[in-house]
Design a protein. Sequence first.
Length: 180
Amino acid sequence: MFPVATVSCPGRGDADLLLGRFAQRAIAAGLRVCGTVQVNTERAKSHACDMDIQVLPDGPVLRISQALGAGSRGCRLDPAALETAVHAVADGLEGADLLIINKFGKMEAEGRGFRTVMAEAVALGIPVLTGLNGLNEAAFARFAEGYAQALPPTIDALCDWLDSFQKKTAPSAPRMTLSV
């Protein structure tokens, strides 16, 4: 069982919804979940949405997108807001049972964003789950160096991965099971 897992979904925002539901389920099961989940808010008369992330388990919701104006084509990510989230997650990492990062995105592909927090979690023995899209697959593969696996986009698959990781790393320790 690999310490890092990714999930990809075909529909826009589907991975965000899946990771959010999984985070809620893990928290309800008593696990200490750290990280972020993304919440998109559709905007009227626009193809773009507002991107917000919630710092888990009960932290603030931060707007990570910038309103660049109609017709703009640049990256809408607000790097300062993302770094605020990174620091909040890093501060809560110690003692976590699971790290969820909404997406291994452009910032992580470039060596910034949550990349260091993800590496630290693995070093601490904390499993890491992240969303991944095709644009960043190659960068993620270089980052993970064979220590990650892609999971089917279902709650059951995510639960099975985490349950298997918990059994492997602490087979005799009491644990919360997430499987149905």
